[in-house]
Structures are given as C-alpha cells and as structure tokens.
Design a protein around this ligand. Structure first.
Ligand SMILES: Nc1ccn([C@@H]2O[C@H](COP(=O)(O)OP(=O)(O)OP(=O)(O)O)[C@@H](O)[C@H]2O)c(=O)n1
Ligand SMILES: O=C(CO)[C@H](O)[C@H](O)COP(=O)(O)O
Length: 489
C-alpha cells in the first residue's frame, strides 16, 4: 500500500518545520513505525481577535511566508501523514489556495470552517466522509488535530501522539502550568485556588482514532459547539475514551497575542542561523580565509562547513544550510557568486526560507582599476536585486590589506561578527549595500585606494553591510598579494 507505512527520523528541530524538503523515510532504530493511515486536521478558521491585528494571525507573514505555511510544512514533511486538511473561513479560501500554490504544499485539502473552533474542526473531519460529488479523502485510522497557529511541532512528538491515540483511542499534549489557576467569585474576589502541581495546561497536537472523534462530534451539543474548547473532553464525555496525556516541549505553545508572532519569528531565525557553509573556491588565500572564518564563527557556536575547489551544486546539496559565505579574491571570480546564486535558485532551496549569501571579497579595490571596481560593484548590486526576487539575500563584505599583522585577528573577528549578524537578522534592508560613502560627498566615485586609511571604521561598515579591513598580505600565504596603492610604508 503506497505511502501507508512510515517511520520516524530526522534531527530534533526546535522549529519543527526547518528541515524542509520531502518527508523523511529512513527507519529510526528502536522507534515504533506507523503502519496505518494517519491524517491531520488544522483548524485555521479563526479571526485572531486577541492579536489586535486586522490580519488573522495564521496569515501573518514572517520571513516572507505566512504562519500557516510553517505549520503545514511541519506536517507535510512527515512521510507517514497522508493528508492535511486545513480549515479556513470562506473569505480566506482564495488566499489559502494561493499560499498552497506559492509554497508548493502537496498534501493539503482546504475546507471551509464554521463560526467556532469546534465547528471548524468538525468540518475538517467531514472531509474524510463521502462528499456530495462522491469523492472523499481516505479515512485515516488516526487523525491528529492541531491548531494552525502552533507552527513548531516535531515529527518525534507527532509519532508519540499518534501511537498513543492508536493504542488508547485519544491522546493529547500537556505542559506544566506557568501560573496558578484560581476561581473568582462573580464579584471579582478570590473564591479558591487550584493546587498547581495537580493540573496541566492542555496543548496541541491531539490524536484520536478517527471513528471516536467523529462520533463524539456527531453526538455533541450545541453548547459544546459554541463554547467548548477541548476536543479530549468530547471524546471522554461522548465516547468514554480516556485520553493518554503526554508532556510536550515548550515550543508547542499557541500564537495568541501579537508578541507571540515576534517570538515565532525569532525562533525561526535562530534555528536558521546555526549552520553556515563557507565556499572558498580553489585559491590558497581563500581557503586560508575560510578556515579563519570557520574558527571565528565556530566560536560563536555556529557549525561551519568549508567547501573548497571548483563550485559544483554540492555546496547547496551537501550542506543543507540556508547560509552561505563565498570568498572571492579578484573581480574575475565575482562570476562565481552569480553561479552560487544560480545553484540556489535552481535547487528551489529558497522557497521555504530566505537564503543568506554573503560575498566576502578580499582586496577588490586594490587589485584593479577604478572603472573595473565600479563595474564589479554595479554587477553585484544588480545581482543582489535579482536574487532578492528568488528569496536570496545577497550581502557583501569587503576586505582590504594593510601591513599590520596584529589587525588580522581583529579583522576575522569583525567579519565573523557582521556575517553572524546578517545570518541571524536576515534583513533585506541591509542587502543592496554595495555603496560606499566617502565621508565628504557620499559618492562611490571618490573611493580610491588612496582614501583607504580614512575608511577603516567598522561602525560605518556595519551600517552598509560592507566592511573595510586591512590585513597584512604575507598572512595570506605565498606573497602573491600586494598592498594597496598608497598604503605602502
Ligand atoms: N471559528 C474558528 C475559530 C478558531 N479556529 C482556529 O482554532 C485555532 C485556535 O484558536 P484561537 O487561538 O482561539 O484562534 P482565534 O479564534 O483566531 O483567536 P481569537 O480567539 O484571539 O480570536 C486557530 O488556529 C484558529 O484559526 C477555527 O478554525 N475556527
Ligand atoms: O489548547 C487547546 C485544546 O485544549 C486549544 O488550542 C485551545 O482550547 C483553543 O482555545 P481558544 O480557541 O480558546 O484559544
């Protein structure tokens, strides 16, 4: 039976959806496999009043992508989940279809919601029943219900919920209470407080044998539909099914208020910034610089892979990262950055998350004439503008040379600092920054090598995502590099 069997693997991923790509299929020793049909229902039909925003929170966008797409991806990437039913309000149906198309979601069926969460969920479950046109999604053995506004759910935890639901009929995620729950009198006085250690917060996902939860919804009252907040309660009350409760990770929290949207964005940015691939090309100086960066970025707890030699598609395919640093030594190798942009574009790597590509260019201004420099900078600027359309953020860091050997470590530190900030922030505003102000009239045309000593300040460099640093050529091996004109002596 195709795609019925699956097993769980994959790294623990705090954002749940950050591993991207196709679902996992490798067996994970010791883990129970899923050999029955499983589907998910994601209620997304609410208006998100508590955020105070005009846009329902599930459609709020960060890193160029709506929240709902992150949640869908967290389910789609799980090979053993067959179908993902997303329930939306009628006015958002077209928007939802556009999102599915734009982010290439493949397992999703969209259905219309109702005025309350329970009514929306029931509509979602009905998608597995025969439709008026005679079609139906394959009925799952276990259905996972998960709020569309909880984007961080991992495969491991989905497996636990699914297996427990299969064995017990129902299961749900819980978390320890953060605050004590108290009961108030109608006059607003304390009536009594609950013993916190005895109670838990009910979170999502929850899993059910499909027949049980469907039957519970068929039986439940209008009051349940209008005021109920707990699916596990319906299974217990109407079908006598006691849910197995499983403690989940803190990342299962629900985006409810505006600040939760900021928190979700930070988590995603943080998760994207743990790894970087430094592409050094084949020249010895670049490789040396790459290893210097590996050390300095590594000291910031980033995992850095260095790729040297001619650039193939392996840079993207092997590293599995969303961050690249390309080191170039002269203007002719600037074509290499275009090649890397093309590889990332072709791989469709940037559909899900913006890819950061940082060009660290060593000695650009000193090694060629002014006209050539301007041409190269112009080319980079246009490439950055074009790359932006493909969700690729191309930044530049420019390094120059000096006689002072002691500057090198500081330079590496500065480059690492800027690169780490660019990777972490993923801010498109810093992108087309290949402009350099000469301090007097802000025109790049006045930038000549003889002005170099006056433009070493890294503060301004950060502002423009452009660092000018001065390193001793002999540090960069085999003596082939020359100090810039005007700096000798
Ligand atoms: N009629 C509704 C109401 C809610 N939901 C969904 O149920 C989940 C959890 O509900 P909640 O956080 O309460 O979302 P909202 O109802 O949108 O928020 P608010 O209560 O602040 O308006 C959300 O994914 C929401 O879109 C739904 O599908 N249909
Ligand atoms: O945690 C949950 C289930 O137990 C739900 O996410 C929660 O009940 C949704 O409720 P509300 O719509 O009031 O935010």
């Amino acid at each position: 039976m195709e795609s019925e069997c699956g097993s769980v693997n994959g790294p623990t991923d705090p954002a749940g959806s950050l591993t991207g790509g196709a679902g996992s299929s490798e067996p994970f020793p010791g883990r129970r496999s899923v050999d029955f049909p499983v589907a998910a229902v994601l209620p997304a039909g609410g208006s998100g009043e508590r955020t105070g925003l005009a846009t329902p929170k599930q459609f709020c966008t960060f890193l160029n992508r709506p929240l709902i797409s992150y949640t869908i991806q967290a389910f789609e990437r799980v090979a053993w989940i067959e179908n993902v039913v997303v329930v939306v309000a009628e006015e958002n149906f077209d928007l939802m279809m556009d999102i599915i198309h734009q982010f290439s979601h493949k397992k999703v069926k969209v259905v219309l919601g109702g005025p309350t969460r329970h009514r929306s969920i029931f509509n979602g479950l009905r998608a597995f029943e025969e439709q008026p046109d005679g079609t139906a999604l394959r009925k799952p053995k276990v259905v996972i219900i998960h709020d569309a506004v909880r984007p961080f759910v991992e495969e491991d935890f989905l497996l636990k919920i699914t297996v427990a639901a299969k064995d017990q009929g129902a299961s749900g995620a819980i978390r320890p209470l953060v605050s004590t729950v108290i009961a108030a009198t109608s006059e607003g006085y304390l009536d009594h407080s609950l013993e916190r250690a005895k109670y838990r917060a009910s979170e999502m996902p929850q899993g059910f044998l499909y027949d049980i939860i469907y039957q519970a919804y068929q039986k439940c009252s209008e009051t349940d539909f209008d005021f109920g907040t707990e699916c596990l309660h319906l299974a217990l009350y109407y079908c006598g099914t006691k849910a197995k409760l499983i403690e989940g990770p803190p990342t299962l929290w629900k985006v409810t208020y505006k600040q939760d949207l900021f928190a979700a964005e930070s988590i995603i940015k943080d998760t994207l910034s743990h790894t970087v691939c430094v592409v050094a090309g084949d020249c010895a100086q670049s490789v040396q610089l790459a290893h210097g960066l590996r050390k300095t970025l590594g000291a910031r707890s980033m995992q850095v892979d260095v790729i040297s030699g001619p650039l193939g598609s392996r840079a993207v395919l092997v590293s599995g990262t969303w961050n690249f640093i390309r080191i170039t030594m002269d203007t002719s190798s600037l074509g290499e950055i275009a090649k890397l942009v093309k590889i990332v574009q072709d791989s469709e790597h940037a559909i899900l998350y913006p890819v950061v590509l940082i060009l660290v260019h060593l000695n650009l201004l000193s090694r060629c004439c002014l006209t050539e420099q301007m041409r190269a900078l112009g080319a980079i600027r246009s490439l950055a503008a074009e790359a932006k359309h493909s969700n690729i953020l191309l930044y530049g860091i420019l390094l120059n040379h000096d006689e002072r050997v002691e500057q090198w470590d500081e330079t590496m530190e500065n480059v690492a600092q800027i690169a780490a900030a660019l990777v972490k922030d993923r801010n498109p505003a810093l992108m087309p920054a290949w402009r350099h102000q000469c301090g007097r009239c802000s025109s790049p045309i006045h930038r000549t090598p003889s002005l170099l000593p006056s433009v070493r300040a890294t503060g301004r460099a950060v502002e423009t995502a452009l660092i000018e640093r001065v390193v001793r050529p002999s540090l960069l091996a085999n003596g082939s590099l020359q100090a810039p004109d005007g700096l000798d002596g």
